[in-house]
Design a protein around this ligand. Structure first.
Ligand code: GDP
Length: 177
């Protein structure tokens, strides 16, 4: 919950995007509530969640948006991207197709969002490494090519989720302040 009387210095809109079922909602709730819900999808209608953090003594409220399933029909509206300063672009390391679609999502982001948006490519479900279909090196190379940050995460275990969000928020802070 956001601390009641806290003065907010900055409010950053962050979007979470990528194919359906890659773990966008779980990644978000891991960061916001430190929770993983095994039987979720009660997110319909919920547009965003917030978490307030401090960087360099500045209080930053991250407003993190979830697609609420719109991506299933490639019907993510331009309103979703509008004003976003950061994007968590998620694929599933056990689903090659979700990585192959990343280029389309990057195009989509760059079409609709501000050109200075900070993008973090996230290979989620790193706990399922025995079923891996996307080598880490492929993603590293792609991220370098496109100028994206990159991290492999497990929303289930919590690995690297916090650091990936902090990286984006710190980068935005550096960009806008
Ligand atoms: P979304 O459609 O992209 O929002 O995906 P969800 O967050 O709803 O997750 C889709 C499925 O993947 C659900 O069954 C989750 O429990 C599962 N899932 C999400 N993140 C992870 C993870 O890090 N590891 C594993 N093993 N499963 C995950």
């Amino acid at each position: 919950d956001d601390d009641n009387q806290q003065k907010i210095d900055y409010m950053y809109k962050i979007i979470v995007i990528g194919d359906s079922a890659v773990g966008k909602t779980q990644t978000l709730s891991r960061f916001v509530k430190n929770e993983f819900c095994f039987d979720s999808k009660s997110t319909i209608g919920v547009e965003f969640q917030t978490r307030t953090i401090t960087i360099n003594d500045k209080v930053i409220k991250a407003q993190i948006w979830d697609t609420a399933g719109q991506e299933r029909y490639r019907a993510v509206t331009s309103a979703y991207y509008r004003g976003a300063l950061g994007a968590m672009l998620v694929y599933d390391i056990t689903k090659r197709q979700s990585f192959d679609n990343i280029a389309r999502w990057v195009d989509e982001i760059l079409t609709h969002a501000d050109k200075s948006i900070v993008i973090m490519l996230i290979g989620n479900k790193a706990d399922l490494s025995d079923r891996r279909e996307v080598p880490t090196e492929d993603a590293v190379e792609y991220a370098q090519q496109k100028g994206l940050f990159f991290s492999e995460t497990s929303a289930l275990k919590g690995d690297n989720v916090e650091s990936a969000f902090f990286k984006v928020l710190e980068e935005i802070y550096g960009v806008v302040s």
